[in-house]
Design a protein around this ligand. Sequence first.
Ligand code: ADP
Ligand code: MG
Length: 573
Amino acid sequence: MPTETFEFQVEARQLLQMMIHSIYSNKDVFLRELISNASDALDKLRLEALRDDTLDVDVSDLHIDIETDAEARTLTVRDNGIGMSHDEVVQLIGTIANSGTAKFLQELKQAKDEATAEGLIGQFGVGFYAAFMVADKVTLVTRRAGQSEGTRWSSTGEGTYTVEPVEDAPQGTAVTLHLKPVDQEDQLFDYTSRWKIREIVKRYSDFITWPVRMAAEAPAEQKEKEEGDGEEAKAAPEPETLNSMKALWARSRDEVSDEEYHELYKHISHDWTDPLETLRMQAEGTFEYQALLFLPSRAPQDLFARDHKRGVQLYVKRVFIMDHCEALLPEYLRFVKGVVDAQDLSLNVSREILQQDRQIQLMHRRLVKKVLSTVKEMMTQRPENYATFWREFGRVVKEGLLSDHENRDAILRIASFATTHDQEKPTTLQQYVERMKEGQEHIYFMTGESRTAIENSPHMEAFRDKGYEVLLLTDPVDEVWVETVPEFEGKELRSIAKGEADLDEEETEEAKAEREKRQEDFAGLLSWMTERLGEQVKEVRLSSRLTVSPACIVSDTDDVTPALRNMYRAMGQ
Ligand code: ADP
Ligand code: MG
């Protein structure tokens, strides 16, 4: 096959432009991304070798090598992992699969300043393309395990890339960067410098479970030696391993810095921003496991996309088993990232078996409790973190009110809602109950499209007059869970837009007599209106809930609300 030239997908091209024009100030992270990919490739190869005995590969010496050439100004990251086929190279390197990309790029275009843009990039994580922050040309040579022909991919990042076959490529992948000139101002260091490489690997990739090595001497220097001094060249010096390879989750808390935890998070999540919270768990005894979970500080773009990948990484006795292990956490905690390392599972576990496994179910329960109790703790100990968490993930967590009956109360206790009590600050149900007025028996809420829409609703009038607080629920999921959650601390949750205004229950004898009299006075008008409106309404009645508006439409207690009807319609029902 001759050399083929391809165009990058539109989104990929836009991202590359941003990388070339260096929107991200910390350039060192390009190496973290390449090492992270190499590490993933080694994990995949080891797993595939385990599952497929016909695959003829040597997995006894898996590693990542970093080679520098100061003269040619190149840096190569080489792994002997799974590699990529010709089609995979085109698929994986030429396009961006993430479904949130378009939305992300839109936001990026609208970003007010560099800091915002950088934050967005961090949230997205650009992976392999980060190489173009420091290189003006990138070449990748790869051969997939089990295949005989290799592929060379090459690009300057400007719109197109070339792909051609390679006869003698070693199995795995080598990414070679042709480095841009050093520019201190732009934070472009000399990435051929051994100490710089050492420093970056130590800082960002220390926990990688495969050896990240650097040849003892640069190839160019070695050649000179070979010519000059034959003796020394023969005994090729051992490569230097730069990372400690220690599993962070197996080490005690005081041995590991927050930064180390954060870098592990970034490797796992492909997020570039520090996590909000790090959760450690260590269970000993008959069923031993360790877990490190992370709550991200921002919701990913694709949190509500169908193809959103969820779940933590599963290890068995320090050996990576799978990414996105869905069986360990429920859907409504799909944003949680991390590692779970179990001692007693089989290395051969499949996704199907996992769902049934009793130990997995037990871990699942404990992980959920740990996440919920951590959020509870954040509420009192780190209220700012809690506020961020709830803003980003609250609407996902509330899905648990529908699906997780066992933890429903715990979820209600960590939830907070917009309220008429405070324009800015949301309230918890606990706080609401504490503020309830003399004689108020229920927790009142109204669902709707926006805060303003609800506040302007005629339904609000009587409640505002009475000084009763109303929760303003505007997430689509609110429409659904309020139907299934009957009460909190013995207080019923009641929609102010449904049925007879609840306020009537609390009316005095006097008021009752008055209302009945008015009912009689208006009987003629009411029956006339009922007739005129015919099929469009069930009933026209006098209301005590309005103070300003002349009329309003209410639903029956068990009718679907207009917003819920819209949601069902959107779902195609
Ligand atoms: P991500 O790692 O988030 O998937 P990247 O841009 O870093 O995104 O990489 C894109 C894809 O290219 C990876 O998912 C992987 O399939 C493939 N890839 C990148 N580097 C390697 C490598 N060294 N070996 C094998 N596959 C790789
Ligand atoms: Mg990556």
